[in-house]
Design a protein around this ligand. Sequence first.
Ligand SMILES: Nc1ncnc2c1ncn2[C@@H]1O[C@H](COP(=O)(O)OP(=O)(O)O)[C@@H](O)[C@H]1O
Ligand SMILES: [Mg+2]
Length: 138
Amino acid sequence: MDNEFVVNYVEETKSIAEELTSILKNNIVFLTGEIGAGKTTFTKYFVQACGLYDEVYSPTFSIENRYETKNGVIIHFDLYRMQEEVELDMIGFYDTLKEEATILIEWADKFNIEKYIKNYKIVNFKVNGDGSRTITIK
Ligand SMILES: Nc1ncnc2c1ncn2[C@@H]1O[C@H](COP(=O)(O)OP(=O)(O)O)[C@@H](O)[C@H]1O
Ligand SMILES: [Mg+2]
């Protein structure tokens, strides 16, 4: 599959999330892009596409959400509210990264966490002038 898509509607984001379920399975995935770009929307569709047993919530207040799906465990972090890198240790972030799970991390680029992770993928969301989104997978 190509690694760059321009999407105009959330339904298209849904199709991309569905296509990526096997590629991203059991990977650490950095979801990057400005606020409102579509990171949480993508996560919701991704969890649903993996066969949801549970309700999807935005983790903005809880920092970490966890889902048991037919496609394995999915852990969703949103680091937006984290102030300092030391807080990541306090919530057990680095231990969680060792789990066998698909780990989706919003605002991963806010901290220098690349130094703890050897292999990760990036799904970047860019808002274009016309409101469409360019989604890039690296
Ligand atoms: N591909 C898209 N096209 C148009 N609107 C989108 C798209 N993806 C998300 N949106 C809309 O943008 C808003 C913010 O999305 P959200 O996923 O919460 O952003 P983020 O988590 O990056 O801050 C939502 O109202 C959502 O419906
Ligand atoms: Mg979000």
